[in-house]
Ligand binder design. Structure first.
Ligand SMILES: Cc1ncc(COP(=O)(O)O)c(C=O)c1O
Length: 370
């Protein structure tokens, strides 16, 4: 059987605006080839920096473009942990690759649990009061990877208040915010903090194309210079062709229309996954119901362990990621898994959930009417 992937958070092929991007790439090469084909400023392609600066209401010098946001996160974590490899607060569960970056830098990640509505602020406060001061708090407040959960407005304000009181910088990783299917958009932590105490990371990967490798950061001026220096040391300059292609796409007013298209395609997929879970999956399991983004979080029925389920699922032709991958040292998420609905077609999603359900305890028949 052909494997159905719920494992990787990648956009479905239909999401990628191949023709339009081809035209944009050709246009920038013809018009600005001398610039985009040479080395240039480590902070990125100036017109795109300026476009983003205007959109976010900051000076262009505070925007740094990186080759995907993960590379920027790696450089940034290096800067924030320089000379004091200490600890970092993260959500439990959180983005697994960030955990690997932190571990690679010799720092410890402390996981703060999530509730159904994002970071548990009581637990955060306890950790800030009781533990040693962390170098930063890493959070994905909107359509979180891996849980799909979103932190409500009140909680955003409280989080900022706690971080400020304890003098802890916040790194807000926000690649999914624009992939909203329903509900009211929320202000970012960066917006609520009016640009101080919060570093904002975002990306064109989930809203345009991951292969372009265009991510960006909004930073205080000092940190933006440090990030540019780290970028120069590491790779001299980013890919200007990709950044200029994104800028051309934005300048042609193609972005919003494309975003609507991506939202519709992913919404269909989320709906297919939710209704298939509802229909097929045994009592005792529960799952998040994201209003956007790429993922949902499945809490398995009692007695089912992700470590056993994941390899059996792979044999049955469906891949998913064990919850343990999203906790520091794998300590947590033993009875949970992340399911990405972003990639497979809706009919394949239904089939994938059916395959998964066949490995779970059978649904109890409804009690006969009295
Ligand atoms: C929360 C989060 N941050 C960062 C990234 C990295 O994205 P990119 O490097 O493609 O911009 C991802 C990708 O899955 C992600 O889920």
């Amino acid at each position: 059987v052909e494997t159905i992937s719920f494992a990787r958070g990648v956009p479905a092929p239909e999401c990628l605006a191949v023709q339009e991007l081809a035209q944009c790439a050709k246009a920038v090469l013809e018009r600005d080839g001398m610039r985009v084909l040479n080395y240039g400023p480590a902070g990125g392609y100036a017109p795109l920096r300026e476009w983003l600066a205007e959109r976010h209401g900051v000076e262009a010098g505070r925007i740094v473009l990186t080759n995907g946001s993960l590379q920027g996160l790696a450089l940034l974590a290096g800067q924030l942990l320089v000379d004091r490899p200490t600890r970092v607060l993260v959500e439990g569960p959180t983005y697994d690759r960030l955990l690997r970056i932190v571990a690679g830098l010799g720092a410890e990640a402390t996981a703060i649990p999530l509730t159904d509505e994002g970071l548990d602020l009581e637990a955060l406060e306890g950790e800030l009061r009781g533990g040693s001061k962390p170098a930063f708090l890493y959070t994905i407040p909107t359509f979180q990877n891996p849980s799909g959960r979103t932190l409500p407005l009140e909680a955003r304000l409280r989080l900022l208040e706690l971080a400020r009181r304890h003098g802890v910088p916040v790194v807000e990783d926000d690649p999914y915010r624009l992939v909203r299917f329903e509900g009211e958009p929320l202000p970012t932590l960066f917006e609520l903090a009016e640009g101080t105490g919060v570093v904002h990371a975002a990306s064109f990967s989930k809203v345009l194309a991951p292969g372009l490798r265009v991510g960006y950061f909004i930073l205080p001026a000092v940190l933006s210079r440090a990030l540019e220096e780290a970028a120069t040391r590491t790779y001299l300059a980013p890919s200007f062709l990709a950044q200029a292609t994104v800028w051309e796409f934005l300048s042609r007013d193609l972005f919003e229309v494309n975003l609507e298209r991506i939202r519709a395609l992913l919404r269909e997929r989320r709906d297919a996954m939710l209704s298939a879970l509802e229909r097929d999956v045994a009592d005792g399991a529960s799952w998040s119901r994201p209003e956007g983004g790429y993922f949902l979080w499945l809490d398995l029925p009692p007695a089912v362990k992700a470590a056993e389920l994941v390899p059996r699922a792979e044999q049955a032709g469906v891949t998913l990621i064990s919850g343990t991958d999203f906790y520091p040292g794998g300590a947590g998420g033993e009875a949970a898994a992340r399911l990405a609905y972003s990639f497979a077609a809706p009919s394949r999603i239904e089939e994938g959930v059916a395959r998964l359900a066949s490995l779970l305890p059978t649904r109890q028949p409804a009690a006969p009417a009295a």
